[in-house]
Design a protein around this ligand. Structure first.
Ligand SMILES: [Zn+2]
Length: 116
């Protein structure tokens, strides 16, 4: 089995492969073993991120409700976002982390189904 073939399969098989060919390759290829270790770390880390709950800071809801509904008020919205950038950055980070974890799970599951 070639490195490219093994690395293509790693996200779906890391830590639980039944493939003898993959296991043999990992046993003799330090580069692919290192890749497998990185995937395992990524999976472990993203699993922890899924349980992260971000609480909005007090007053954020009132600030959001105070944003004028009219269009063409971009400056007011921008000022609001700049003033509350920590809250938005935390929320964005949580969304990105959740999205990455979801994408990884989706990709892993779709590959498992494709190989089944
Ligand atoms: Zn290899």
């Amino acid at each position: 089995m070639k490195c490219e073939e093994v690395r293509e399969m790693l996200p779906a098989v890391v830590g639980e492969t039944d493939s003898l060919a993959v296991r043999r390759h990992l046993a003799r290829c330090p580069e692919c073993r290192a890749d497998a270790a990185r995937y395992e770390t990524l999976l472990t880390t993203t699993a922890k991120l899924q349980t992260f709950v971000a609480e909005p800071p007090p007053g954020l809801m009132a600030s959001l409700q105070a944003i004028p509904q009219a269009r063409g008020r971009f400056d007011e919205v921008r000022t609001h976002v700049v003033r509350n950038r920590k809250a938005y950055a935390g929320g964005a980070a949580a969304m990105v982390a959740t999205g990455l974890a979801g994408a990884l799970v989706w990709r892993t599951r779709s590959r498992r189904l494709a190989h089944a």
